[in-house]
Write a protein that binds this ligand. Structure first.
Ligand SMILES: C[S@@+](CC[C@H](N)C(=O)[O-])C[C@H]1O[C@@H](n2cnc3c(N)ncnc32)[C@H](O)[C@@H]1O
Length: 245
């Protein structure tokens, strides 16, 4: 099954592709988008879930989203049109690591997309290139709540603990002005939605050629989550300003 289509189906009931509740998302956006006329950029915007929530109720804000996935961008296009915010949203299908923006942004978001840049710090370096003076970055990435097993590292990549992660960010010249560590409930809700939405799609479409694979991929993912990384993986969202302005 096409990887982007699988992800689209797996996120049917949890459009934010990260373990965050609606309340957490709202608070993080409120802390990040601090001007009524803000220009907002999302690097790895997926189906635009963050940008739709950013634009809704903020009529002076304009946004741009960058992603490689045609499937995700099509969903962003349709959802923005349905929400009545499409005229304030530009979508770019291209690699976010070398996005040539025409101007600087008051807020740069990148949640769950650090793998595209080679990790947390390279993602922040890329975000900085786009940031206007006084601007804010919202970044979301994994961390280890407890020492991971070698299997968890092999599956998810290597992270650090909360204090070390924040130290590394601060050492690169950033000051956290807000943050959120995903709760057990948020982490579990995301995984139940991911695996459950994909499985439900397969059960609802038994004659689709992708159905058997979708059901199998859901079961494999559920097993990896429950047996390999549920006890060690966590997720950190940080709102950051440049320490030097
Ligand atoms: C886990 S999803 C997060 C989506 C969104 N930020 C959210 O939280 O809902 C990661 C996204 O990064 C995108 N992506 C991966 N590599 C990319 C790249 N080099 N340039 C742009 N987007 C990329 C994927 O297509 C996917 O939509």
């Amino acid at each position: 099954m096409d990887r982007d289509l699988l992800s689209y189906r797996a996120h049917a009931d949890h459009p934010i592709a990260a373990p965050l509740s609606d309340d957490s998302v709202r608070r993080l956006i409120d802390r990040t988008v601090h001007r009524a006329d803000a220009r907002v950029l999302d690097l790895g915007c997926g189906s635009g879930a963050w940008l739709l929530r950013t634009l809704s109720g903020r009529p002076g804000v304009r946004a741009e989203g960058v992603d490689l996935s045609a499937t995700a961008l099509r969903a962003a296009d349709e959802r923005a049109t349905a929400a009545g915010v499409r005229d304030r949203l530009d979508l770019h299908r291209r690699d976010a690591t070398d996005f040539p923006a025409a101007h600087a942004f008051d807020a740069v978001l990148s949640v769950g997309a650090t793998h595209a840049f080679g990790g947390l710090l390279p993602t922040l370096a890329a975000a900085r290139e786009h940031l206007a003076p006084g601007g804010r970055v919202l970044i979301g990435d994994g961390l280890w709540e407890r020492g991971p097993s070698p299997e968890a590292v092999a599956l998810l990549g290597d992270f650090t603990d909360l204090a070390t992660t924040v130290d590394r960010v601060v050492a690169e010249g950033w000051t956290p002005v807000y943050g959120h560590v995903s709760t057990r409930e948020e982490l579990d809700a995301y995984e139940w939605c991911w695996t459950g939405s994909l499985a439900s799609w397969a059960l609802d479409h038994p004659d689709d050629p992708d159905a058997a694979e979708a059901l199998a991929r859901s079961a494999v993912h559920r097993g990896q989550w429950l047996r390999v990384y549920r006890d060690s993986f966590g997720f950190l969202s940080l709102v950051l300003r440049r320490t030097d302005g």
